[in-house]
Design a protein. Structure first.
Length: 315
């Protein structure tokens, strides 16, 4: 039987992985760093979250970027105390960009809000040891463009704080989002073009998300390889945006592509972010947490990811 086009692409990645496994096994000795993006846990306390991640064997966390004002959000000492008690380190910050703080807005005060928000998050990220901040060029939940200038406005606005990324040792990771949720920057190639538009050493990396990639990329594995060393973090969810193992995502191809990239090193993270289906996911940050549901989602995702990783590595 003649294989389908995506199967041929999968096979090419698998063959390259098997060559790597045979010829350079030392590159596969270190496991991928498994983190978790916690904003989808709603109003749950950080202590409860940390306890769950510890039980699941997850050593990193991507913190909700919740410093929406000078008096809001996580506090450094409390955050470090809670996470330290559970052996968890901060990987980075999930920047949250709505219409209220849209880098590309045609209303100046909303762009100023984005600038102020990033200043707070950059400082906080550095204070807790986070290495990156996820940046979405346009508001999530706004799929309709303002006008033809929104990318240029966004790049110009982000450039205003780009020096702070460098001075604080924090990387900006641009996230492409599917077209059902944002008006532009939907693919890895779009993110590359946006980075070129910003044209600043503080804005050089990409945060990919397999859920969005299913809609926007022709092949997830190929797109990850195309991102190359710019890829800093990868958000994970199954095809239905639920726990890994609950859908039809080809997780093996994703894992093999990451090993081919040398993603199993310091400063690179695989970060589940299962939010469930829907057009605008941001309301989840204010939801009432269902402990049993969250426990199952995290434990299953971590176990399934490590299981597939072990199968591929032959362990």
């Amino acid at each position: 039987m003649i294989r389908q086009a995506y199967e041929l692409k999968n096979e090419k990645i698998r063959e390259a992985f098997e060559v790597l496994k045979k010829n350079d096994p030392k590159r596969l000795e270190r496991r991928l760093n498994l983190s978790w993006s916690n904003w989808g846990f709603g109003m749950e306390s950080l202590a409860d979250t940390a306890e769950r991640l510890q039980k699941a064997g997850i050593g990193f966390i991507e913190l909700h970027g919740n410093h929406y004002g000078p008096d809001l959000g996580y506090r450094k000492e409390e955050t470090l105390d809670i996470l330290g008690a559970h052996g968890i380190k901060v990987a980075g910050i999930c920047g949250m960009f709505s219409a209220d703080n849209d880098l590309s807005s045609n209303r100046a005060f909303q762009r100023q809000a984005a600038v102020d928000y990033l200043k707070r998050e950059i400082e906080f990220a550095a204070s807790v040891g986070g290495s990156y901040i996820l940046v979405v060029p346009g508001a999530v939940g706004r799929p309709t463009p303002y006008d033809a200038m929104e990318l240029a406005r966004s790049a110009e606005t982000l450039r205003l704080v780009a020096d702070l990324f460098v001075s604080h040792g924090v990387k900006a990771a641009i996230e492409p989002i599917r077209s059902a949720e944002t008006s532009y920057v939907h693919t890895i190639a779009d993110a590359e073009a946006y980075i070129q538009s910003v044209d600043h050493p503080g804005v050089q990396h990409i945060n990919a998300d397999v859920y969005h990639m299913q809609s926007e990329e022709s092949h997830i594995g190929e797109a990850l390889l195309a991102a190359g060393d710019r890829l800093l973090n990868l958000h994970m969810a199954d095809s239905n945006r639920c726990a890994l193992g609950d859908g039809s995502l080809d997780l093996d191809t994703v894992i093999m592509a990451l090993y081919l990239l040398g993603f199993n090193r310091d400063g690179r993270y695989v970060t589940p972010e299962p939010l469930g289906p829907g057009g605008d996911p941001y309301p989840a940050m204010y939801g009432k947490p269902d402990k049993a549901l969250l426990d199952r989602m995290v434990l299953q995702t971590a176990a399934y990811f490590r299981e597939r990783e072990d199968v591929l590595l032959g362990r």
